[in-house]
Structure formats: structure tokens, C-alpha cells
Design a binder for this molecule. Structure first.
Ligand code: UDP
Length: 315
């Protein structure tokens, strides 16, 4: 297949480029490099089947030649980024998805949307299954991300229903691994970096909120299987092992062998406003329709992540 990946220089996008190239596909990575980095795809420069195009997907997308699939991953998925760039976040989720769907329609290509567990907001149902409609505050600081992804899902279904585009929707839960931006502000890069620098791990509030962390290789496998599947309705992809952020901080310390202390911090900005209290994917559907479940356990995934960060933090 000849495949376009928007957000192809990002964290998950670049791993997906590697995987699709390894499967023998032709890959075009598109990215405006606002949060992605050419460092993530530098090793692919000169690869016969790889092309990089610097472009902002909120503007009209022109691709010459055929396309079999459009994987739409362009996004600002870190709360710190979307609080800083709220309008750009809404634009990429809404206008960017519109452009990417228009391109898929034009090319007769299959379309995969990278959606998010944030469509469930601060969930009142736990764990979250795809049938849950969510609890999102549209006017809160996180609304810019959550609502843009909810709109993106609605638009994707509309292109499917109105135009017959072959669409897929992945609801991606917290994912981690090498190539996360050191300063992206999310809990994994923050804690790993702090542990490696022997700085205090900044647990926000009392650390009792929960998350469930999926290693990036597992996520890429799930996305690839979803692309090849026949499932039009959303599918949760994530690791169901749930823990509090405080437990997660202790796990990072154990795996990295760091003696950093843990400190409890009350952020002064709005980053913890509407912060989901709990999050855990129900992956029964992914198991059933994709035959997929995560394979890499947290300690192993964190070891690989710590090693990757170690080299960069020291630099
Ligand atoms: N968090 C934290 N310390 C940090 C960064 C994040 O305690 O230095 C918390 C954050 O408040 C949230 C959880 O960790 O409850 C996960 O945050 P992240 O930004 O990674 O992503 P989210 O799951 O909220 O999208």
C-alpha cells in the first residue's frame, strides 16, 4: 500500500512509519513539526519507500499519485501543549481532520482516525467501553482537545455514511515509549527525566488519579490491525493495567534505580482542571475484533523508555 501518515514525525506516528515500512509499504510522513521532530524520522532519510512532506494539515493537502490509506495522527496530544495552543488544537482536530478525510475521499483511500480516551472526559463509567458516550466539559481547558476529537469522530462517521469512505477510529489511551518529547509535559517524560536527573518527581495533587499505560509497540500493532480490519465503529486501544499516579511514580523510581524523592505539587495553572480522576480501557472489543492485546508489561516498557531517555537527558 501507499500510505500517508499525518503527524508522521511525532511520537506514535514515527513508530508507525517504521512498522509500515518494515511491512513493505510505501510511506509518506506529513508533519508541520510543531510538536513532532525530524529526529524521529532522520533514520528513514534516503529509504526508497519513504517520503517526508512538511505541511500543516489544517491547510489543503495535495498528494500526487495514488494513496491506499490515510492515517490521521496529526494532533497536539499533550495537555501542556493544548493548554498553550488551544486554537491550533481545535483547528488540527477539526479542520485537519476535514482535509485528511477530503484527501481520502479524493483518492479512494481507507482512512484511520487517531482518536483518544479523552472523548470519555472525566468518566462516570469505569473501565471505559466504546459504548460509553463520555463526560466532557466543553468549556473547560481540556475541552479544546476533547471536543476537537469528538468532532473528528463525528466527521469521520459522516464521511463514511455520506460518501462511503472506508473509515476506522482508534481511541488511543495513554501511550509511552522512546521518542516522546522530553519537554512534552506529560507524566511519563516528566517522571523519567526527573528520575534520571535525580530531581523530585512532581506528583500533582495527591497522586490518587489513575491511568493505564500502553507501550508504543503494542499501540502500533493495534493500529495496524485496526487499519486492516473491517470495523467502522471506534475501538479502544490501550493497556488495561491501571494504577494511581503515585504508584506510577514509585514504579519509575524502581525501574530507573533513581533515589529521587517524590513531591506533591498543586499546579498553579489549569493543567489539572477537569483532569480525569480515573482511566482504564475496556479492551474486550479489540480482543474480539482484532485479536489484539498488549504484550509488553510496564516494567519492561519503562526499562526501554528509561534507556532511550538516559542517552538524551545526558546530552
Ligand atoms: N501528572 C503528574 N505529574 C506530572 C505530570 C502529570 O502528577 O509531572 C498527572 C496528571 O495530572 C494526570 C496524569 O499524571 O493526572 C497523567 O497526565 P498526562 O499529562 O500524562 O496525560 P493525561 O492522561 O492527563 O492526558
Amino acid at each position: 500500500m501507499r500510505i500517508l501518515i499525518t503527524g508522521g514525525a511525532g511520537f506514535i506516528g514515527s513508530h508507525l512509519c517504521d512498522r509500515l515500512l518494515a511491512e513493505g509499504h510505501q510511506v509518506i510522513a506529513m508533519d508541520n513539526l510543531s510538536t513532532g521532530s525530524v529526529n524521529n524520522i532522520a533514520h528513514l532519510a534516503g529509504h526508497d519507500n519513504f517520503l517526508f512532506i512538511k505541511h500543516d494539515v489544517t491547510n489543503y493537502i495535495y498528494i500526487e499519485g495514488k494513496l491506499d490509506a490515510v492515517l490521521h495522527l496529526a494532533s497536539l496530544p499533550s495537555p501542556v501543549d493544548y493548554l498553550e495552543k488551544p486554537i491550533q488544537t481545535l483547528k488540527v482536530g477539526a479542520l485537519g481532520t476535514h482535509k485528511a478525510l477530503g484527501l481520502a475521499l479524493e483518492k479512494g483511500a481507507r482512512f484511520l482516525l487517531a482518536s483518544t480516551s479523552e472523548v470519555y472526559g472525566d468518566p462516570l463509567v469505569h473501565p471505559q467501553a466504546e459504548t460509553y458516550w463520555g463526560n466532557v466539559n466543553p468549556v473547560g481547558p481540556r475541552g479544546v482537545y476533547d471536543e476537537s476529537k469528538r468532532f473528528a469522530e463525528a466527521l469521520t462517521m459522516a464521511y463514511h455514511r455520506a460518501h462511503g469512505v472506508e473509515t476506522r477510529i482508534a481511541r488511543i489511551f495513554n501511550t509511552y515509549g522512546p521518542r516522546m518529547r522530553l519537554d512534552d509535559g506529560r507524566v511519563v517524560p516528566n517522571f523519567v527525566k526527573q528520575a534520571l536527573l535525580n530531581e523530585p518527581l512532581t506528583v500533582y495533587d495527591d497522586g490518587s488519579r489513575t491511568r493505564s499505560f500502553c507501550y508504543v509497540d503494542d499501540m502500533v500493532e493495534g493500529l495496524y490491525r485496526l487499519l486492516l480490519s473491517d470495523e467502522v465503529y471506534p475501538v479502544n486501544l490501550g493497556n488495561p493495567r491501571e494504577m494511581t499516579i503515585l504508584e506510577f511514580a514509585r514504579t519509575v523510581l524502581k525501574v530507573s534505580g533513581s533515589s529521587s524523592p517524590i513531591v506533591f505539587v498543586i499546579p498553579k495553572d489549569e493543567r489539572t482542571k477537569d483532569d480525569p480522576q480515573v482511566r482504564q480501557p475496556d479492551i474486550s472489543k479489540a480482543r474480539r475484533v482484532l485479536g489484539w492485546e498488549p504484550r509488553v508489561d510496564l516494567e519492561e516498557g519503562l526499562r526501554r523508555t528509561v534507556e532511550w531517555f538516559r542517552a538524551r537527558v545526558q546530552k
